[in-house]
Design a protein around this ligand. Structure first.
Ligand SMILES: [Zn+2]
Length: 301
């Protein structure tokens, strides 16, 4: 049985989930949430009748702090942390990650993410594309799925998939959106990864932002794919019009808000999505992507 535990990030519900799968051999977690919410997750486990001491496996979609920040706490309790080969070095030696995150979040680091510490190498298990790890009766297969981050896995078992961030964000039944964050956004890779997700033909999907999505999943992937197009075109249009980052941030926030409202979103929806996936990050991600990967598209007509 799968439990969806709410981390209650920043005191809000339905922003970041930790999924806990009961197996014949203890618990397998999918993502950990930030370290700042570790005690919330432990409390949610208690309510569900689960014991933190039973966590044997942690499958990380990627190493952004809202997904992997509490990994070291679970490693301390003896869990094996399964991770993409490009993410593993940053778990063991998080200094560079902390440095670059501090550039983005500054003094807000601790409030947003809590305390960061290395995961002992002995607790880290690197999973390559297609590799399977056995968690009790479940054969959990890693699928390399870059786009949101270059070091991103989704995990498939039976007819289920844990979609990470590349599969989109959907909160309280709201529209599925693609979370654009720097520095590794890659639109072409993202499209290819959605193809891999579709090919899994899973019936049930679990998302860190937020919870269970029941199939058929193609309509969900269609919506993510459509917004990969419309959102990146909006960002590109602003760049081609010569707007700088400071001008783009409110403009893109407005664009995203209009998009969410057009899909039935309320004031609350807009705030939830902004908390899970801030629009200023999309601007910085988009600018970096086009400047680095597609300068040809930026040339003035
Ligand atoms: Zn992420």
């Amino acid at each position: 049985m799968m439990h969806c535990l709410d981390t209650l990030q920043l005191g809000r519900t339905h922003i970041i989930a930790v999924h806990a799968l009961e197996t014949r051999d203890g618990l397998a977690l999918f993502d950990t949430g930030p370290e700042s919410t570790f005690e919330n997750v432990v409390a949610a486990m208690g309510k569900a009748g689960l014991s933190p001491r039973d966590v044997r496996h942690v499958f990380l979609s990627h190493i952004h702090f809202d997904h992997a920040g509490a990994s070291w706490r679970w490693a301390e309790l003896g869990a094996t942390i399964h991770v993409h080969p490009r993410g593993a070095p940053h778990l063991v030696r998080p200094e560079r990650l902390i440095e670059s995150a501090t550039r983005i979040y500054g003094d807000d680091m601790e409030r947003l993410w809590g305390k960061l510490a290395p995961v002992p190498e002995a607790n880290v298990h690197v999973m390559n594309d297609g590799e399977v790890a056995q968690a009790g009766e479940f054969a959990v297969r890693a699928v390399d799925t870059p786009g949101h981050a270059s070091h991103h896995h989704v995990y498939a078992w039976d007819d289920c998939v844990f979609g990470g961030d590349v599969a989109g964000v959907t909160i309280k039944g709201g529209p599925p959106i693609p979370p654009f964050v720097p520095p590794e956004l890659d639109l072409a890779a993202w499209h290819a990864s959605l193809g891999k997700l579709r090919a899994l033909k899973a019936k049930t999907m679990y998302l860190p932002h937020f919870g269970r999505v029941d199939g058929p999943l193609d309509a969900h992937f269609d919506e993510v794919e459509r917004r990969l197009g419309t959102w990146s075109e909006a960002l590109l249009g602003m760049m081609r019009a010569g707007m700088d980052e400071a001008e783009m941030i409110p403009a893109f926030a407005k664009f995203e808000e209009d998009d969410l409202r057009a899909s039935g979103g309320t004031e609350e929806t807009v705030t939830d999505y902004e908390t899970a996936d801030p629009s200023y990050m999309a601007v910085s991600a988009g600018r970096r992507y086009f400047q680095k990967h597609r300068p040809d598209l930026l040339a003035k007509a």
